[in-house]
Write a protein that binds this ligand. Structure first.
Ligand SMILES: *Cc1c(COP(=O)(O)O)cnc(C)c1O
Length: 966
């Protein structure tokens, strides 16, 4: 008991410092809450609870060795010092990464706004209309600029998009060839990732290094070709004549194109390209040492059903109004599983939203102006370099010049460095210079000075300016219009933009409004102090391929974070390169494949995956060239060890790996996991432990200690990177000592070895790594363990309180769950006709995002409360679930019809309740205010139940024509 104003002996300084501790900010429950929750669960202490849940056989042998936690202010100060070790020079490197001005209204109201960045992937359509409108804008923008009929809502980066395009072409064209032709003047990182991806699929990648080689290659045999437009060195090739040649071979033409250039260039869709990919980075996303940025993929209509990634489509709601939803293959990962063709789950939703809003804010005229300025400055730069007698290589180009600098290459690059500029050193004889939106006159003059040598007159910018023409060939100038939809022609004032962003955000439920109890997704606090550093110029402003000494801050951050993640997982090595969990899985399986091959065991390609696994597991195994064999689960939800043993014996000679999730996707700590690992090892296989559920393990048990050989983490789940409405993510791949040599490398960035690059940039989504660094730094080893234990406590509290209303499907022998619980709603179908989906939609009326629906068990809800929710919020959710159970009873007892009740009609829009003639068998109050607290704080769904089938039958994935609103 404190008496704030009574004279008292001074508190010890350490107690005062505790007042600034981060832990109680991150964990939502305090000691009193904990006691109350333990009483409900029936355990004496948190320690006793954890010991009764986590099998003793896997408990950590010792605590994690992390630096002691510091306060938010101290962590920020320490990170500032790290950031200061990066050096932000003026970048003329290009190669897929360009300077850009993030409009302030977009930076503050999207990138730094939790209403946008804490949202989840829009699986629950009704509460995601705002972000889906933004993503439809993105798709429309990509379609318009590329001239293609359909585009998805983002890819992980340009290089992986190109690799996915290769795979899409392979499964879509008639040609049976295994050869893929790549123009040598594509971005080197793109070529590198394509090679990584092609190898396990048996695809033969042929580089065409010159025009002659390209022509010769096109006359040969292949299933697809890829060319960069404009090329990496800036040249604009006229590919129109190549289209017929490619199509005559029943093959596909893939074009990697720059969106800004396409505002001035004839778009690939107008001359017959089959797939167009690229990056939207220069539409407002800082370079951030390589990511996160939204890549894009657009394709011809015939390919749309195999398009990877997420696609937002337009449908109608229960009232016949337009409404957005995720379309097509969105669910296919789960349905297709081992037949899946792409493993993309988390993508780059937030960067895609930002790129789309950049286009909304500037509009077509603004984008064209920006592009024209870049192209004109490039032309002026060229004139000046010519005047100076610089060895400029004449070429058609948009923003990039190339110089044959020969012996002077290194000294010119060094001279540029002295003056604060990075040029691209292509090889020992060639330099490239790329301009962008941020290039100023002074920059152009600086570049002239670099090439002028000493004591010479500089060219005069003003002299070149009148009548300057871009260096774009007349035949390839764009004549078609783009971005004609009103959304790109309305919000050009800052006031207008601000209100548009606010209106969209207001339609959605994100963590800034309520708990998002999504099992397997770990929607925990994304603390503001963790988010602040990502827009610091020292992190945001650096080019991924800048000289190493300019990236020292990032290297150190990478090294520290990797060391901490090794502590958390018990593994020996980590790579932060993969851009999502799925990419970490893929990288991990590549490491397993490489390890077997290095030991002369290349025949080991069978990957056993339990039936309860996440859909990305079989999809990743497929992409890594493995043969997926599904193993059974028993009635209690555990991996059926007898079946696994039989499968191991059957495939013993060819067993590559077993992929398990731990604790299982059923939310249970299986007690026999050590035996499982030993069994797999006995048969020569390796154990892949999917780390998506690490929020139940950090500080408590480590997969690298209990038998795992490889895991991926989801930093956007366990380590606080926000979900961004469907990305960005970071999916570190973690391995035991023997597999460290097979982690991803990155030759383009000078990092040799390993299984090659799996992402365009060596550190993947580097710019969001400070978030997880801050989290670990402020929590420390004890704090992270406390978070895990609180997460487990909260899940058990939810399970215990709801037991009498919705039984938990799977639990350990003592009735406890891990950090999530599956509520079994299956019996309700029989008794009332109510499906889990109806409860999910009714929760919207109560102001909640639904738990995970029908994964891993159909017609169930999987609840993961995380450690960050307060007890009052947990209770609010539980009370809503109990109230809904009472509503279901009204149906069971016949008071409400099975097809006309608050669950089937949920969610209720304000408009539907305000109709003059209310005919439902329940009152409007029951519909809108089923519990009293809603009268104080009510979320109104902007649309009624979205009709998925209608959307599937009438597929449309671009902005809604204005007439449809009439
Ligand atoms: C989220 C998740 C994944 C995939 O991770 P992404 O980052 O979305 O690619 C894989 N496995 C499990 C069990 C997951 O929950």
């Amino acid at each position: 008991m404190s008496q704030p104003f009574a004279p008292q002996s001074p508190a010890p300084l350490s107690a005062l410092e505790n007042a600034a501790e981060f832990l109680p900010r991150h964990v939502g429950i305090d000691a009193a809450d904990e006691a109350q929750m333990l009483a409900v669960i029936g355990e004496a202490s948190r320690r006793a609870l954890i010991e009764s849940i986590v099998p003793r056989s896997i408990a950590r042998s010792r605590a994690m060795d992390l630096p002691p936690p510091v306060t938010e202010a101290a962590a920020l100060a320490e990170l500032r010092a790290l950031a200061a070790r990066n050096r932000v020079l003026k970048s003329f490197i290009g190669q897929g990464y360009y300077g850009t001005h993030t409009p302030g209204v977009i930076q503050r109201n999207i990138l730094e706004n939790p209403a946008w960045y804490t949202a989840y992937t829009p699986y629950q359509s009704e509460i995601s209309q705002g972000r889906m409108e933004a993503l439809v804008n993105f798709q429309t923008m990509v379609c318009d600029l590329t001239g293609m009929p359909i585009a998805n809502a983002s890819m992980l980066d340009e290089a992986t998009a190109a690799a996915e395009a290769m795979a899409l072409a392979k499964r879509s064209v008639k040609s049976a060839s295994e050869r893929f032709i790549v123009a040598g003047d594509a971005h080197p990182q793109t070529i590198e990732v394509i090679r990584t991806r092609a190898a396990p699929l048996g695809i033969d990648v042929v580089l065409a290094q010159s025009a002659a080689e390209w022509d010769a290659a096109l006359a040969g045999d292949y299933f697809a070709v890829l060319a960069q437009y404009p090329a990496s060195s800036g040249r604009i090739d006229d590919l129109r004549a190549d289209v017929q040649k490619v199509h005559a071979r029943q093959a596909a033409l893939i074009v990697a194109a720059d969106l800004l250039a396409l505002t001035l260039l004839s778009p690939p869709g107008e001359w017959g390209a089959d797939i167009v990919v690229g990056s939207s980075q220069r539409f407002g996303m800082p370079m951030g040492a390589g990511g996160p940025h939204a890549a894009y993929m657009a394709c011809r209509d015939a390919f749309k059903r195999s398009l990877p990634g997420r696609l937002v489509g337009v449908s109608v709601d229960a009232h016949g109004r337009p409404a957005y939803r995720l379309a097509l293959q969105t669910r296919e990962q789960h349905i297709r599983r081992e037949k899946a063709t792409s493993n993309i789950c988390t993508a780059q939703a937030l960067p895609a939203v930002i790129a789309s809003m950049y286009a909304v804010y500037h509009g077509p005229a603004g984008l064209r102006r920006i592009a024209l300025r870049v192209a004109s400055y490039t032309a002026i730069l060229a004139k000046g370099l010519e005047q100076l007698g610089a060895p400029l290589h004449a070429q058609d180009c948009f923003d990039t010049l190339v110089l044959r600098t020969g012996d002077a290459t290194r000294s010119l690059a060094a001279r540029a460095l002295q003056w604060g500029a990075n040029l691209r050193v292509c090889d020992e004889n060639w330099l490239c210079i790329s301009l962008d939106e941020t290039t100023t006159r002074a920059d152009v003059e600086l570049l002239w000075r670099i090439f002028a040598g000493d004591a010479r007159d500089l060219p005069a910018f003003d002299a070149f300016e009148p009548g300057v023409e871009p260096l774009i060939p007349t035949a390839l100038r764009r004549r078609s219009s783009y971005l004609t939809h009103p959304v790109f022609n309305t919000h050009h004032s800052e006031t207008g933009m601000l209100r548009y962003l606010r209106a969209l955000a207001d339609k959605d439920l994100a963590l800034d409004r309520s708990m998002i109890p999504l099992g397997s997704c770990t929607m925990k606090l994304n603390a503001t102090s963790e988010m602040i550093p990502i827009t610091w110029p020292e992190f945001a402003g650096v080019h991924p391929f800048a000289p190493a000494d300019q990236l020292q801050g990032y290297y150190e951050l990478d090294a520290q974070l990797r060391a901490w993640l090794c502590q958390a997982t018990g593994y020996a090595g980590v790579s932060l390169q993969p851009n999502a969990g799925s990419q970490g899985e893929y990288a991990g399986l590549l490491a397993i494949r490489a390890w077997h091959r290095a030991r002369g065991q290349g025949q080991r390609t069978v990957c056993l995956i339990p039936s309860s696994a996440h859909g990305t597991n079989p999809a990743s195994a497929q992409m890594a060239g493995m043969q997926v064999v599904v193993s059974a689960c028993d009635a209690r939800g555990n991996v059926d060890l007898a079946d696994l043993q039989a499968q191991c014996e059957r495939h013993s000679a060819n067993l590559a790996a077993v992929m398990i999730t731990y604790p299982s996707t059923h939310g249970v700590f299986e007690t026999q996991v050590k035996e499982l690992c030993a069994l797999v090892h006995r048969h020569g296989g390796l154990v892949y432990v999917d780390g998506a559920n690490m929020n139940a393990l950090v500080g408590v048990a480590a997969p690298g200690e209990f038998g795992g050989d490889v895991s991926h983490l989801n930093l956007h789940k366990t380590f606080c990177i926000p979900h961004g409405g469907g990305g960005p993510g970071v999916g570190p791949v973690c391995v035991v000592q023997d597999l460290v040599p097979y982690l991803p490398g990155h030759a383009t960035a000078g990092i040799a070895g390993g299984v090659g690059a799996v992402s365009a940039a060596p550190l993947g989504n580097a710019a969001v790594l400070p978030i997880s660094w801050m989290y670990c730094r402020m929590m420390g080893a004890e704090g992270l363990r406390a978070a895990t234990e609180s997460a487990i406590l909260s899940a058990n509290y939810v399970s215990a309180r709801l037991k009498a209303h919705y039984p938990t499907l799977y639990a350990s022998a003592n009735g406890h769950v891990a950090h999530e619980c599956i509520l079994d709603l299956r019996p309700l179908k029989e008794s009332s006709g109510v499906l889990a989906e109806d409860v999910a939609k009714r929760l919207i009326d109560y102001g909640f995002h639904a738990p995970t629906l029908s994964f891993p068990v159909p017609n169930t809800l999987m609840v993961e409360p995380t450690e960050s929710e307060t007890l009052s919020e947990l209770d609010r959710f539980i009370d809503a679930m109990i109230a809904i159970r009472a509503e279901i009873r009204q149906i069971e007892t016949g008071i409400w019809p099975r097809d006309d009740n608050p669950l089937k009609n949920a969610p209720h829009t304000a408009e539907s309740l305000l109709c003059a003639d209310w005919q439902r068998p329940y009152s409007r109050e029951t519909a809108a205010y089923p519990v009293a607290s809603l009268r104080k704080n009510k979320y109104w769904s902007p649309v009624g139940r979205v009709d998925n089938l209608w959307g599937e039958r009438n597929l449309s994935c671009s902005c809604i024509p204005v007439s449809d609103y009439a």
